[in-house]
Design a binder for this molecule. Structure first.
Ligand SMILES: [Zn+2]
Length: 148
């Protein structure tokens, strides 16, 4: 289960970073995703093409989930969100990635999941407040992820 798998043609996470790179390690990376209404939407992407969490070794799995928890902790510490959502779907892109999303009671979909229909427009001033804190959150992520 070690080593890099061949890149899979047509897979967005094999062919490109998939978003703005926040951290890049040997096994995984963290990207900031641009998703309307969600200013603090991150993805932890396993670098090698693996469809399912259970494709990883036990040790790789632990590393992956520790990374998810570190991203979550940095978002909590910096943004004080109402909730953090963590999800692995991969129906559209079957390359292991975890969504880690800071949710706010004012966001466009709250309390519905991010894949549901929007319930309102997110207030621009609130979104801007969160965006102003992202660089601090991301600096903390880079430090903590490098230490894993
Ligand atoms: Zn892939």
């Amino acid at each position: 289960m070690s080593g890099e798998a061949a890149r899979v043609a047509g897979c967005v996470f094999c062919e490109q970073a998939g978003g703005r790179l926040v951290f890049e390690g040997a096994r995984l990376r963290v990207i900031h995703a641009v998703e309307a209404g969600f200013p603090a939407f991150y993805r932890v992407v396993w670098n090698a093409h693996r469809p399912e969490l259970s494709d990883l070794s036990r040790e790789e799995r632990a590393h992956c989930m520790d990374a998810v928890a570190e991203v979550e902790q940095c978002l909590r510490d910096t943004l004080a969100p109402t909730k953090i959502n963590v999800a692995a779907l991969g129906n559209m892109v079957p390359h292991l990635h975890w969504h880690v999303i800071a949710r706010f009671d004012w966001d466009s979909h709250f309390p519905a999941p991010f894949w549901a229909a929007a319930q309102r427009a997110a207030p621009a001033a609130r979104v801007a407040q969160v965006e102003a804190l992202l660089s601090a959150a991301e600096a903390a992520m880079a430090t903590r992820l490098a230490a894993l």
